[in-house]
Design a protein around this ligand. Structure first.
Ligand code: NAD
Length: 429
């Protein structure tokens, strides 16, 4: 590429694609982005950022002249030999990943010696091999293929792109793998260069392991409730063990998001499709579903029936610092509450616009204090930092009841109790 930085193509401008594009622009590359969503592309062209992700807007503004957005693949094909694929791979009814968007992209890329697909989308192990098989059958033998799974976390995605724990590149040992490795070299992260299947499996296994850790500590929390132990203390004691570590040991009302639920399901299905019953993951998924509903039994324990009761939900996004509502625990909780006759109000600092599309029956408030007005119970669903510093005396004044359920064990229990409220966490004495 004659000294100039390698131009990059990014197909799909969602959470992963947009962050990847902004990240490569920050590293000095010209980036050609493509998306089928005309409205999204129009917004990006106008300089609007369609998602909330800390630091993303700043990078998009800073590199505006080097980021090109189009609905036409031709622009990216004309300028870039590496085409990063970052389209969605949502779950199907069977739990398998829906690869239709990935296949649509693969079908649209013409054969060429100096062109490679670089798969960022999370795909089942074996997808790269099957794509390469199809390309060969179609006579498209010059197109290269690299697996480069993405590990960014929503809420800190820009930082995760620029300071990754590791970079994984799975390839056939040709120019394209070398080129992708060279792209990431300036970041100085540990590199795992391996075969395509193993790279695909690193991604699925990593998410499945993290989900397992969460379901594990949630089950410990549930046993703590039976035995009088406090899971926060237990997790602190466990986490100081180097072999365990403190991360992903926060008990709560279950994991959600666009990745963990679908990737755990996809790995379970992948195993099943190849004749292996992955028992552990079956339990991880079931524990998580039950955990989302535990708040219901806590509410009933304190309030009796829920008919006509007013419940305020603090936080709706699947985790703090994002507006992503996919598979959020709040969706299950609000549906269960409505089904049991409760009236539900809610406040989320950022995710309201997304939440309104998915939760039509909810009353949305424009502050935490407004949401808790007249509430019999308040449930912390998403641990946005601002909820930790709530004025609990003010909350108590607004509420008509006295119950605070801390679904993420994120609040200061003493401060809540000092306001005359009843505090109940998850797995806490
Ligand atoms: N979101 C995360 O935190 C995260 C982290 C790691 C990996 N992943 C994986 O990355 C992939 C993308 O996830 P996401 O959260 O960014 O999804 P997303 O839904 O936010 O974005 C996907 C984008 O692809 C576009 N698209 C769909 N079909 C297209 C096509 N044929 N051509 C061009 N664009 C097309 C959509 O319009 C959308 O803008 C998924 O496989 C996901 O599992 C996501």
């Amino acid at each position: 590429m004659g000294g100039a930085r390698e131009p990059i193509g990014v197909i799909g401008t969602g959470y992963v694609g947009l962050v990847t594009a902004a990240g490569f622009a920050e590293l000095g590359h010209e980036v050609w982005c493509v998306d089928v969503d005309e409205e999204k592309v129009a917004r990006l062209r106008r300089g609007e950022v369609p998602i909330y992700e800390p630091g993303l807007e700043e990078l998009l503004v800073k590199h505006r002249g080097h980021l090109h957005f189009s609905t036409d693949l031709a622009d990216a094909l004309a300028h870039a030999r590496l085409l990063f694929v970052a389209v969605g791979t949502p779950p199907t009814y069977s739990g398998d990943a829906d690869l239709s968007a990935v296949h649509a992209v693969v079908d649209a890329i013409p054969d060429a010696d100096d062109r490679s697909l670089v798969m960022k989308s999370t795909v089942p192990c074996g997808t790269g091999a099957s794509i390469q098989r199809v390309l060969k059958e179609q006579g498209r033998t010059r197109l290269s293929y690299v697996s480069c799974p993405e590990f960014l976390k929503e809420g800190s995605a820009v930082k995760d792109f620029l300071e990754p724990d590791r970079v994984v590149v799975g390839d056939n040992g040709d120019w394209a793998g070398d080129a992708v490795v060279a792209l990431y070299e300036p970041l100085g992260a540990p590199l795992v260069r391996t075969d395509i299947q193993s790279a695909e499996m690193v991604k699925l296994a990593s998410n499945a392991f993290l989900a397992t850790k969460i379901s594990f500590i949630n089950e410990i929390a549930n046993v703590c409730e039976q035995t009088g132990a406090d899971v926060v203390e237990v997790a602190r004691g466990m986490g100081l063990d180097d072999r365990i570590g403190p991360k992903f040991l926060q008990a709560g009302i279950g994991f959600g998001g666009s990745c963990f639920p679908k990737d755990v399901d996809a790995l379970k299905q992948l195993a099943g499709n190849s004749g292996y019953h992955f028992q552990l993951l079956t339990a991880v998924i079931e524990v998580n579903e039950l955990q989302k509903r535990r708040v219901m039994s806590k509410l009933v324990k304190h309030l009796g029936g829920l008919v006509g009761r007013r419940v305020a939900l603090l936080g709706l996004a699947f985790k703090p610092n994002t507006d992503d509502m996919r598979e959020a625990s709040s969706l299950v909780l609000s549906a269960r509450l409505a089904a049991d006759g409760a009236r539900v109000s809610a406040y989320d600092p950022i995710a309201e616009e997304e939440a309104r599309k998915l939760m039509p029956g909810l009353e949305f408030a424009d502050s935490a204090l407004a949401a808790v007005e007249g509430a019999d119970a308040v449930v912390l669903v998403t641990e946005w930092p601002e909820f930790r510093d709530l004025d609990w005396a003010g909350v108590a004044e607004q509420m008509s009841g006295w119950l605070v359920i801390d679904g993420r064990n994120a609040l200061d229990a003493d401060a809540v109790r000092a306001a005359g409220l009843v505090y109940e966490g998850i797995g806490r004495a």
